[in-house]
Design a binder for this molecule. Structure first.
Ligand code: NAD
Length: 371
């Protein structure tokens, strides 16, 4: 089995889907590995580093490959030389890039979307959303601290005391938990909210204060696989009121709320921004999915009412070396878990196979895309 690692072509993408560490491990499984020239350059991995662990490095890495690895989905036209029915294993953005998924089907390729990995214990080490969100949560706080004209920790100095920054994290999934931990490490006073009541305990365990609507009973906010569901109007109104009062007192707000397959929920309105002190910072981690914050724009610091609002279109790409290392391990953990030594290739089981497979036999087969 030949595994090809492509150079990312999307604008601003700095990551790479395999590292010398994972190439070595794929080779130990008996696979042949080819890496497209320059694939690791923006993640500080030289062609020579791949060659040193036995990869073939060439401009034509895809030729004859049965598995193509990418961070984002490669252009279907660039895969014409791959083996018939080759697997395309990457973050394929199935809802955002539907046309490309159809093109993989038409080309007879089997597209496997790593963001559809089920949230089950045995798949945790294969989950690109978790590994990349964790880094994003960290970077959001670092970037917010960078834009903030004050310090995070309380400092008692001979020239007087500086008070601690107040940071509020909205959405306490993987990114939010890391944002809480990072803001705490920098010395901020941290509070957080989510629609899933299960997060309350996690917020407290990290030393932050939970801000939750208690008045609307019977709402868990948690749907299949631990994902958030869309909330009732009643809940949304109660949450908006509680959060409005709280936001007005914050220096830093980090928003991370996502609902799969839908635009990100709007969490902060222009009126709420206006209630904040000048010099405060809002980091919108959902800006690429439509944004949690009114008026936020990807990769641009927007100033509204003296408040700086910012978010990256691709936050993990701002930490290319670590993001690539974790992404690459996710792909290796996935393929190696199913590696069949006799066949010399991976054979997926039904649970994970059906979850991640988008196309097969010339057709789109994913129920999440067909339904
Ligand atoms: P996510 O990226 O889908 O969403 C981010 C957070 O925003 C979630 O906590 C969500 O509840 C919250 N949110 C959505 N709408 C909101 C709103 N209107 N207001 C406030 N918050 C809102 O979430 P995620 O980071 O992928 O994690 C969700 C859960 O799944 C976590 O408990 C995580 O530990 C779990 N998880 C499990 C596995 C596994 O077992 N393999 C893998 C990944 C995540």
């Amino acid at each position: 089995m030949k595994i090809a690692v492509v150079k990312e072509r999307a604008e601003g993408e700095t990551r790479v889907a395999a590292t010398p560490e994972t190439v070595k491990k794929f080779k130990a499984l008996g696979a042949e590995v080819a890496v497209e020239s320059g694939a690791g350059a923006s993640a500080s991995i030289a062609d020579a580093d791949y060659a040193a662990v036995g990869a073939e490095v060439s401009a034509d890495a895809v030729r004859g490959a049965g598995i193509v690895l990418g961070v984002q989905g490669p252009d279907p036209a660039a895969l014409a030389a791959a083996a018939p029915g080759a697997w395309v294993v990457a973050g394929l953005d199935p809802f955002g890039q539907r046309g490309r998924i159809d093109a993989y089907a038409a080309a007879g390729l089997e597209a496997l979307a790593m963001e559809f990995m089920p949230r089950i214990t045995r798949a945790q080490s294969m989950d690109i959303l978790s590994s990349q969100s964790n880094l994003s949560g960290y970077k959001a706080v670092i970037e917010a601290a960078n834009l903030y004209g004050r310090a995070f920790p309380m400092m008692m100095t001979a020239a007087g005391t500086i008070s601690a920054a107040k940071a509020f994290v909205m959405g306490v999934g993987v990114a939010g938990l890391q944002a809480i931990a990072t803001a705490r490490r920098l010395g901020a006073q941290v509070s957080a909210t989510d629609v899933r009541s299960a997060t309350k305990e996690q917020i407290v365990s990290l030393g932050a204060k939970p801000i939750f609507v208690e008045s609307v009973a019977g709402i868990e906010g948690e749907g299949a696989g631990g994902y958030a569901t869309e909330m009732s109007e009643e809940y949304q109104k109660a949450q908006a009121e509680l959060v409005s009062g709280h936001i007005a007192k914050q220096d830093i707000v980090i928003t991370t709320a996502l609902i799969p397959g839908r635009a990100a929920p709007r969490l902060i309105s222009d009126a709420q921004i206006a209630s904040m002190k000048a010099g405060s910072v809002i980091f919108d981690l959902a800006v690429a999915q439509g944004g949690n914050v009114e008026g936020s724009k990807a990769d641009e610091v927007v100033v509204r009412h003296g408040v700086k609002i910012f978010g990256y279109s691709n936050t993990p790409a701002t930490l290319p070396a670590d993001a690539s290392a974790l992404f690459a391990r996710n792909l290796y953990n996935f393929l190696s878990a199913f590696w069949d030594k006799e066949q010399g290739q991976p054979v997926l089981d039904a649970e994970i196979g059906e979850a991640v497979r988008l196309t097969q036999g010339g057709k789109v087969v994913s129920p999440r895309l067909l339904g």
